[in-house]
Ligand binder design. Structure first.
Ligand code: SF4
Length: 355
């Protein structure tokens, strides 16, 4: 595609454009860059790619994605620079949590990212990575340890090999291997591991006891000083996410918490924790340069993440804005000047409509 601004084409992934982000602002979009939700934990999103294909994926990642138009890989130095900008308003004691709408380990320079976040960004004391673990290996773990990684949030959803494969959606996924390596990481490296399974009603409720027993046996979460090594996530239906058929439908939050409380009682293992017990503190947020309802002049930079979406950047080059032009949007192209009405601004994540 001609005239792209701030990104360059880096190939294709299952038919979708792969764009390397070299010059866009790295605050403003949910899919890449830095997310600041007003705490000391900065979500750092280096890659939207994923080689897993989970049947419950809330962000429709992986080979079988139907809603995505492009994937994004972020330049390392640009990413570290923007983490530094966000960190600068927050004071010390920060955690950089590398997560995303994809699998962070797909970034070809993930080890460098950990190393630079840990050593180059003032205020960052801990670096953690969220992963489903399909590409974890002892040698990668050793390199991540040397780079300064403190914790892996391991999204393993079942101990049964066949069910884990079914949930992760790829034949090659070997949960026994993933858990073997995770145990080795806890015992042989300075990195902690905590489990972050997603409970998908009707599929894997019965697997949680075995995951809890694993975490208890290996001491998951202990190096971090946490009161638990298992943070069970609730499956949520999202507009762009995958929607597996659920017996009895999705759970309410009330049902989820009463199920968690029962599981806590039956296993004698902490599953419900306060954010402060796992290192979260409220902190100031970075400035929000515009708010819902404002009209902003911007330039179209590149195709966006979802089908029909474009990325635009305001004239001050402060934030990236997702634009969904609707049926008349075929005419948008990189380099076009547009006027956008901001229709979403929460957490410095912006969506704009053409005026
Ligand atoms: S849930 Fe995570 S690992 Fe699974 S497909 Fe989605 S992004 Fe990839």
């Amino acid at each position: 595609m001609k005239g792209l601004l701030g990104v360059e084409e880096a190939g294709r992934f299952h038919g979708r454009l792969v764009l390397k982000v070299r010059g866009l602002p790295l605050v403003g979009h949910i899919a890449f860059g830095v997310l600041d939700r007003g705490t000391n934990v900065l979500q750092v999103r280096p890659s939207t790619l994923c080689f897993h294909d989970c049947i419950f994926c809330s962000v429709d990642a992986g080979p079988s994605s139907r809603t995505r138009r492009a994937e994004f890989i972020v330049d390392v130095d640009l990413l570290v620079e923007w983490v530094g900008r966000v960190a600068s308003v927050k004071g010390g004691g920060l955690e950089a949590l590398i997560d995303g709408v994809g699998e962070p380990l797909t970034h070809p320079r993930i080890v460098d990212i950990v190393e630079k976040l840990k050593s180059d960004v003032a205020g960052v004391e801990r670096v953690a990575i969220e992963t489903h673990g399909g590409s974890l290996s002892k040698s990668l773990a050793r390199r991540l340890e040397a780079a300064g990684l403190d914790r892996i949030n391991l999204s393993v959803d079942a101990v049964s090999p066949s069910l884990a494969r079914r949930l992760v959606g790829v034949e090659w996924y070997d949960v026994e291997r993933v858990l073997r390596i995770a145990e080795w990481i806890i015992k042989e490296t300075s990195i902690d591991v905590v489990l972050t399974p997603v409970v998908v009603p009707g599929y894997n409720e019965g697997e949680m006891r075995a995951l809890i027993e694993w975490a208890r046996r290996v001491g998951a979460g202990r190096k971090s000083g946490w009161p638990t090594g298992v943070l069970i996530q609730k499956f949520e239906v999202h507009k762009y996410g995958r929607k597996p058929r659920l017996k009895g439908g999705p759970w309410s939050w009330q049902r989820f918490y009463s199920w968690l409380r029962r599981l806590e009682r039956e296993t004698g293992y902490r599953l419900i924790v306060e954010p402060r017990e796992i290192g979260f503190e409220e902190r100031p947020s970075i400035e929000k340069p515009f708010s819902e309802g404002d009209v902003v002049r911007a330039v179209v930079a590149s195709p966006g993440w979802h089908r029909g979406e474009w990325l635009a950047v305001d004239r001050g080059w402060r934030r990236v804005i997702a634009v969904f032009p609707g049926p008349a949007g075929e005419d948008l192209a990189p380099g076009m000047e547009v006027r956008l009405r901001i229709v979403r601004d929460k957490d410095n994540i912006f969506i704009g409509e053409l005026r």
